[in-house]
Design a binder for this molecule. Structure first.
Ligand SMILES: [Zn+2]
Ligand SMILES: [Zn+2]
Length: 93
């Protein structure tokens, strides 16, 4: 669950507070560290992007607790599509 790179803020901490960030419940100073981490860390960025997108879509269209399965699939497909366009260089040892 880590990209193998050293981070100022550990991935576990980022993932623990992911929803605070998405809900804008995070203090300003922590947000900066969060953003920096997401810049460096592909696995966390992906998790954040997925959760934030699902949450936004769900709030907008139905306001229910659980995202519909096909909606989640669509979001996942969209993320894969976007990632395919952003070519990642290097094999990341
Ligand atoms: Zn991370
Ligand atoms: Zn990382």
């Amino acid at each position: 669950m880590s990209c193998g790179q050293p981070h100022e803020t550990p991935c576990t901490e980022i993932l623990d507070h992911l929803y605070e960030y998405i809900d804008n419940e995070m203090p300003e100073e922590d947000c900066a560290a969060f953003k920096r981490h997401l810049d460096e860390c592909q696995p966390c960025l992906e998790k954040y992007g997925l959760d934030a997108m699902v949450k936004k879509l769900v709030q907008r269209c139905c306001g229910c607790d659980e995202p519909p399965v096909d909606l989640r699939d669509k979001v996942l497909a969209r993320i894969r599509h976007v990632r395919g366009e952003v070519a990642v260089s290097g094999s990341g040892e």
